[in-house]
Design a protein around this ligand. Structure first.
Ligand code: FES
Ligand code: MG
Length: 570
């Protein structure tokens, strides 16, 4: 039952007076009693001058408000933190949990019967969904949508897979100073999120597949009029949820929904970050997401969507080919169609309404996949007792079974200082090892896992090498890269024991990553490890809370005290 402005009236022991006060203040904004006596739909405002990905948020907010009002409810916009990948020091991941807490507490604190969360840049949808799962108020997610593509010399460009590729070409001396500057102005030609299958697109697709947003919400380009209409429609849905009281996130985030999310993650060749976020979201519910299940699903689920960085196209092409509903249709019995959608009904109706686009080649049929097996594999071994991730779809085939000599970097700083040193003892067959880049080590598990190819090898034409770390990697990057090695080196994980010159074996078929050093020698090295591994606990503030409470990658890097334990009410 909608309670509107009456929600949460407990502070004075006199509800009549509390409501009287609330109304007295809010009327200063010019609202009438007719407006204030309606169900309320809260709308998050994550617009920020530092967040170009959310540059269309004001237009979307206006459209959501219109939808809410057309349906007879009252919209109330409120601000929360906004995080952009490039403007979030030390890392956006460091701030994700802060945004989740901010969003959760603002939804709890203020009177509203339903909420529309508008986000999109990498960490924002995960943070908002984590919050929604914890509050369990009816929620509609509205992604801001992907950018349109850029063009340069007859070539299509995308942020930021091509940022990396072209910068590497510049480093290798193939693109001069003038051209790289021209390219710089063409990589991100509109507002919206990165238009490759990076983390933002991955999370938007997963969100849609879990039924938390309306059909087609992941793929409509950010600047398109259609996205504004989607926002209006989302406002109408939210108004209905405000009156009906549901479905709530707990009714949508079911085991079937998480399974569907894992299937879609594999089928889109999604970002490895999606695994960490999905784990964190599941841990806010009474369900769990295991790496074993993800790997098992990956063995059955083909990669069907042909998008950069593993494929050829971009989000707008995925959209024009039929988007997530068409993908769900192609996945057929791999998807549980009984899973509900916030729009009402189940995924069965979503799939039934999927558009058939003749001649499209972006969403493949199962008989003609991009890759027969899923994009992500889970590795374990003596280097990663609790797991590590490799994005097989973005790796070099011949390196998937590889043994090489370790070249170890102690930290991102150490790597930056030495990787381009002409005297660095490194060959293309070596394994580059980066440590102290995990959740506590860096802190915030930076996207440093895409170690650059040493300049002297790059100039010889080397495009890929096996690289391993406890860091994350941008979803827009590619290469034979082992990530999220858990436990991380800064808390004494075995990655801390590797010495340059050791042999490391990557065996993707066997799902293993091993350090080929005898147990006795490893025990000796372990004993010699300094007790003070992790960086010192910060004196104060959020950094201290983060360092004390952040969990490992296999637990979602959420704060340990935010997890919902099975059986615990939201
Ligand atoms: Fe915002 Fe890529 S920088 S999605
Ligand atoms: Mg990213």
């Amino acid at each position: 039952m909608a309670r509107g402005l009456r929600k949460g009236l407990t502070s004075y022991g006199d509800d009549g007076f509390a409501l009287f006060l609330r109304k007295a203040f809010i009327k200063a904004m010019g609202y009438s009693d007719d407006a204030l006596d309606r169900p309320i739909v809260g709308i998050t405002n994550t617009y920020s001058d530092y967040n170009p990905c959310h540059g269309n948020a004001p237009a979307l907010i206006e459209a959501v408000k219109r939808g809410v009002m057309l349906a007879g409810a009252m919209p109330m916009v409120f601000p929360t933190i906004s995080i952009h990948e490039s403007f979030a020091h030390p890392t956006s991941m460091f701030l994700r949990n802060l945004m989740a807490m901010d969003t959760e507490e603002m939804i709890r604190a203020q009177p509203m019967d339903a909420v529309v969360v508008i986000g999109g840049c990498d960490k924002t949808l995960p943070a908002q969904i984590m919050a929604a799962a914890s509050v369990d108020l009816p929620t509609v997610v509205v992604p801001v949508g992907p950018m349109v593509v850029g063009h340069h010399r007859g070539e299509v460009l995308g942020a930021c897979t091509d940022c990396r590729r072209l910068w590497s070409a510049h480093r290798a001396g193939e693109i001069d100073e003038g051209e790289i500057e021209t390219v710089n102005g063409r990589l991100a030609p509109s507002v919206g999120t990165c238009m490759v299958m990076g983390t933002a697109s991955t999370m938007a697709c997963i969100t849609e597949a879990m039924g938390l947003s309306l059909p087609m919400s992941a793929t409509i380009p950010a600047p398109h009029a259609e996205r504004v209409r989607l926002a209006e429609a989302s406002g109408k849905v939210a108004a209905r949820l405000a009156v009906d009281g549901g479905p709530r996130p707990s009714a949508l985030l079911t085991p079937a929904a998480f399974r569907n999310a894992m299937v879609v993650l594999q089928a889109i060749g999604g970002s490895t970050n999606g695994i960490v976020h999905l784990t964190a979201i599941a841990n806010r519910t009474e369900h769990r997401f295991t790496l074993d299940t993800l790997d098992a699903i990956g063995r059955d689920v083909p990669v069907l969507v042909d998008l950069k960085p593993s494929g050829a196209h971009y989000m707008e092409h995925f959209h024009h080919a039929g988007g997530v509903p068409k993908l769900l249709a192609q996945l057929g019995d791999l998807i549980d169609l009984d899973a509900p959608s916030v729009a009402g009904g189940t995924l069965r109706e979503v799939v039934a309404a999927a558009e058939d686009v003749p001649g499209q080649d972006v969403i493949r049929p199962r008989g003609r996949p991009i890759k027969a097996q899923g994009s992500m594999v889970v590795l374990t071994g003596n280097l990663a007792p609790r797991g590590a991730i490799l994005k097989q779809a973005a790796a070099t085939e011949r390196l998937l079974q590889h043994t090489g000599r370790a070249v170890v970097f102690e930290s991102v700083g150490d790597m930056a200082a030495r990787i381009d040193d002409p005297d660095l003892d490194v060959t293309a067959d070596d394994v580059l090892v980066l440590r102290n880049t995990g959740p506590k080590g860096a802190p915030g598990m930076p996207e440093a896992g895409y170690l650059p190819i040493p300049k002297k090898l790059g100039r010889q034409g080397v495009k890929d090498m096996v690289r391993i770390s406890d860091a994350r990697m941008s979803g827009t990057a590619f290469g034979t890269i082992v990530l999220h090695i858990t436990p991380e080196s800064a808390i004494g994980g075995p990655l801390a024991l590797v010495v340059s010159g050791d042999m490391i074996r990557l065996d993707v078929a066997g799902r293993r990553i091993d350090l080929l050093v005898g147990e006795d020698e490893l025990a000796r090295r372990r004993a010699a490890l300094s007790a003070e591994l992790a960086p010192p606990l910060p004196e104060r503030g959020y950094a201290r809370l983060f360092q004390q409470s952040v969990t490992q990658a296999d637990e979602g890097c959420d704060f340990d005290f935010m997890v919902r334990h099975p059986g615990e009410a939201p």
